[in-house]
Ligand binder design. Structure first.
Ligand code: ZN
Length: 248
């Protein structure tokens, strides 16, 4: 079920892998998407299975997630932001979530983008965002950090989960140049010598400039058969998730 887990004080977080769900091939099995070619009931059950394990006291009603659009909108769970949808969980449109509330599980979905989970355990503020090529340029990571600071966060740690690595993420030269114009550290080269992007390096640089400590829990989605990868599997790819909550 999990590619990685960590705790920090009352903060619990995890990055899922593709195992432990009920979706059939090629979405086998813990597909945490909501769209695509997979069976809708299987996807809903996968979310319930995840929450039964990750936050058994809260269940799927405690899950907050996003209709992700690769922008820089950050929603605050609490007084405003996501509303309960037909699946029973909180749902809004954007690419980052923050909260200062306990027992809310923030979730971001990804297949090759970098999921980033953040916390200031002392202040009781947590955040989550996903960052792909567009997110690096849009600045979703610094936007999420800023939204956390608005809620009182000061000393923030970020955990970066599985994403396509710089040796695999081949892009056209012009695309690399466009991203590097915003984030030079993302410029990389594939293992076969062509232009690529290193999302992890770009995210780490952006977090570093915000004075956020980075914990790298990543693996390459393309290279690991335990993970979903859109780059590798296209429309037949499921989605994994990064989830974070405060237990108290
Ligand atoms: Zn790779």
């Amino acid at each position: 079920m999990y590619a990685a887990r960590a705790t920090s004080g009352p903060v619990e977080l995890a990055f899922t892998d593709r195992h432990g769900g009920v979706s059939r091939a090629p979405f086998d099995s813990l597909n945490l998407g909501w769209s695509g070619g997979d069976d809708a009931e299987a996807m809903a059950e996968n979310h319930q299975l995840l929450m039964a394990d990750f936050a058994p006291d809260d269940g799927v009603e405690g899950l907050a997630e996003l209709g992700q659009v690769h922008g820089r909108e950050v929603l605050r769970v609490g007084l405003e932001g996501p509303r309960h949808d037909v699946h029973g969980h909180l749902h809004g449109i954007g690419d980052g979530l923050v909260t200062d509330q306990p027992r809310v599980t923030l979730s971001v979905r990804s297949a090759d983008c970098a999921p980033v989970l953040l916390a200031d355990p002392e202040a009781g503020v947590i955040g989550a965002c996903h960052c792909g090529r567009a997110g690096v340029v849009a600045g979703i990571v610094p936007a999420t950090v800023a939204a956390m600071r608005d809620l009182g966060a000061t000393t923030i740690t970020a955990w970066v989960g599985p994403h396509v690595c710089g040796r695999c993420y081949e892009v056209p030269q012009q695309m690399q140049d466009d991203v590097a114009a915003t984030e030079p550290t993302a410029r990389a080269t594939t293992s076969w010598g062509t232009p690529s992007l290193d999302l992890g390096a770009g995210v780490a640089a952006q977090l570093g400039r915000e004075d956020v400590r980075v914990v790298d829990l990543s693996r390459c989605t393309i290279e690991s058969s335990d993970l979903f990868s859109y780059r590798r599997d296209g429309a037949l790819s499921g989605r994994q998730a990064g989830v974070i909550r405060r237990s108290r």
